[in-house]
Design a protein around this ligand. Structure first.
Ligand code: ADP
Ligand code: MG
Length: 633
């Protein structure tokens, strides 16, 4: 029942202006309909005329006011055998009419209709605030046609390979690579952090950022649909209607609620006259109708999804993409977090410390060349860093049978030689025990050299972890790297629990064990990774969180929460938003239920009219919507 009265909250309208004017028109039409309906009904009740004519006029008035509500109720009932507040209002009004409370019936519809109009206004306001928070949808792209000619087109019309121009103050509409010029980009709408980011020829640019200064030309690398901006908007828009993994409390409650309420109403109607001789059947039916109106959960049904929607909008604004209301809900219950190390706690940007040659028939350049040949096919942070640092030409076709060995390294064939590039466990080499990450090169049966790499911990990581610990969250590190480095990083971050030299499958097993520990509690376990080879673990965790998601398709797909920046502190922010959203949902629930109980008490002692019940319901709904707006602040 509650799902069925969920407001249609979608984030951004494609044709902003058109729909805004039509919305305004439709609310004026609604008001006109209301006035006409009320006037005709009043004429039917009060104008001196034959009784039958009066009743017919009144029914016409009622129908003008009620027809949409009836239509919605019937439609829902036929399609899914569910009843919602439209249904409750309809039977209450018909019931009031039948027991001779025509004026009361009229009040009920009028209040209900006014409530509907106000409610849609309030929801639109929330929706507008959220889309303003996330103002990243580009309106146009400047397509370059010839050397000195550009044309404004819709971002949808731009194709991969086209060149677009981004002038100062404009939004980058589509992902691409800078081919000309340089600029300072403001990525705050994507990451929530107002850092200027300088780009020049050859740099990758993500859509959604704003050109603060400069002029650049981009070669488009993705069509609009697959650009960062579209992906983010799509995520946020779908977040609230994505089917929840775990049923939320409200959903569960609503399924048993409706039948119970109807049963109780029937009991009230039948039993009251039996217990008390003073109560007639028409009175008891009237009271059971009031009971039905009171039990209508409109306020809850509207404010709960709206709250989650606001929370998701708010976190997106801070560069935290939450993929569904259940994940936003779970974040506040996270009690233990396992972190991947490389690229998550550390920068994942390696420097080359030194190159060792073990077999003197090779040079340092030979060692580097073997490494580069393999890494140019890998996506690992190690690969990306090495390729940035060394530039060696080779023929890509010479590299045959390339294979990535998850958590260890890679292998390929070159000139009939089998080459392994990776850590000591991959090449079976434990003679070199110096500190740091070492990438060994094995040619057939011999380890011929190694490249020492160094990675540093991200700034602010220790503070962020400290804050997590202060909340009572247990922190641990799962890494594929060797024990010495793992211990050094753990030491620096003051993390006691660290497991090293883990393959992705080991991480999976360790997490499985952790999940088991909390199985029958409401405590949750999160895994935070960079999404490179952690996808199975990200998917297994109660909440899988990927970091630095900007541009990494696999990270966006594998995780439940994507943090667009590299900052671990966003976890604290995400948990705060989760807590705040939950607090407001609770406030709304308690308030709505308290008012209902009060009205119920008043009606049992005969002090509440049906219209008071409707008035209270409409009022509570509006107040809870306004309260929900606080999440966005
Ligand atoms: P982490 O758990 O710290 O993110 P990974 O599981 O991604 O680490 O990798 C574990 C180890 O495997 C790395 O420390 C590295 O020694 C080795 N390795 C993984 N991928 C590569 C690669 N492409 N090139 C070289 N070594 C690699
Ligand atoms: Mg990793």
């Amino acid at each position: 029942m509650i799902q069925s009265v969920e407001p249609e909250v979608t984030l951004v309208e494609n044709k902003k202006y058109e729909s805004r004017t039509s919305k305004k028109q439709s609310s004026i039409l609604e008001i006109i309909r209301l006035v006409i309906g009320i006037t005709i009904s009043l004429l039917g009740i009060y104008l001196p005329m034959p009784k039958v004519v009066g009743i017919i006029v009144l029914i016409i008035g009622y129908l003008i006011l009620l027809y949409r509500t009836i239509k919605n109720a019937v439609k829902l009932f036929i399609s899914s055998k569910k009843i919602n507040e439209n249904f409750l209002i309809t039977i209450s009004v018909i019931g009031a009419f039948l027991v001779g409370e025509q004026m009361e019936g009229l009040m009920v519809i009028t209040l209900y209709e006014i409530g509907k109009i106000l409610e849609s206004k309030a929801i639109n306001k929330t929706r507008k605030s959220i889309s303003e928070l996330m103002d990243i949808r580009p309106e146009y792209a400047n397509l370059k046609i010839s050397e000195n000619e550009g044309k404004q087109v819709s971002p949808n019309e731009v194709k991969i390979g086209d060149t677009i121009i981004i002038k100062q103050g404009e939004k980058v509409p589509i992902d691409g690579i800078v081919t000309k010029g340089s600029a300072s980009l403001d990525t705050s709408s994507l990451t929530g952090e107002s850092l200027l980011y300088h780009v020049r020829e050859g740099d990758e640019v993500l859509s959604g950022s704003i050109n603060e200064q400069g002029l650049i030309e981009l070669k488009v690398t993705k069509d609009y649909e697959n650009s960062t901006v579209s992906k983010i908007l799509e995520l946020v828009e779908n977040a609230t209607d994505k089917k929840a993994k775990t049923e939320t409390f409200v959903n569960k409650a609503s399924r048993i609620y409706t039948p119970i309420v109807i049963l109780l109403a029937v009991i009230v109607a039948i039993i009251l006259p039996i217990i008390s001789k003073d109560i007639t059947y028409s009175e008891s039916i009237y009271r059971s109708l009031i009971f039905l109106v009171i039990s209508c959960p409109c306020a809850i049904a509207i404010s709960v999804p709206l709250s989650y929607f606001s929370g998701i909008g708010k976190s997106s604004k801070s560069g935290i993409l939450v993929k569904g209301s259940d994940y936003l809900d779970i974040l506040k219950n996270v009690k233990e977090i396992a972190f991947d190390k490389t690229g998550t706690l550390t920068k994942g940007k390696f420097e080359i410390r030194k190159v060792d040659v073990y077999d003197k028939s090779y040079t340092e350049d030979d060692i580097l060349k073997y490494v580069v040949m393999g890494e140019s096919f890998s996506n690992h942070p190690i690969a990306k860093s090495i390729l940035k640092l060394v530039n060696i030409e080779f023929n890509k076709e010479d590299v045959k049978e390339f294979k990535e060995i998850s958590g260890k390294g890679l292998s390929y064939n070159f000139n009939e030689n089998k080459i392994l590039i990776g850590n000591s466990s991959l090449v079976n080499y434990d003679k070199d025990k110096t500190e740091g990450t070492k990438i060994f090169v094995k040619l057939n049966n011999d380890v011929i050299g190694a490249v020492s790499l160094a990675d540093t911990v991200k700034e602010g990581t220790k503070d962020a972890l400290d804050k997590l610990k202060e909340r009572g969250i247990k922190v641990k590190i799962y890494t594929g790297d060797n024990q010495r480095i793992a211990a050094r990083v753990a030491d620096e971050l003051e993390v006691k629990n660290v497991e090293s030299e883990m393959l992705p499958t080991d991480k999976y097993k360790a997490l499985e064990k952790l999940l088991k520990k909390y199985k029958n509690t409401n405590k949750k376990v999160a895994f935070v990774g960079d999404g490179i080879n952690d996808s199975p673990v990200l998917a297994l965790a109660d909440v899988g969180i990927s970091m630095g998601g900007v541009g990494s398709q696999s990270a966006i797909e594998a995780s439940d929460v994507v943090i667009m920046t590299d900052s671990i502190d966003k976890l604290n922010e995400a948990i705060d938003i989760s807590k705040k959203t939950n607090k407001i949902i609770k406030q709304n629930l308690i308030f709505a239920i308290a008012v209902k109980i009060l009205i119920l008490a008043l009606s049992t002692i005969g002090m509440a009219q049906m219209s008071l019940a409707v008035f209270a319901d409409v009022g509570v709904t509006l107040i809870t919507i306004v309260n929900t707006l606080r999440i966005l602040r």
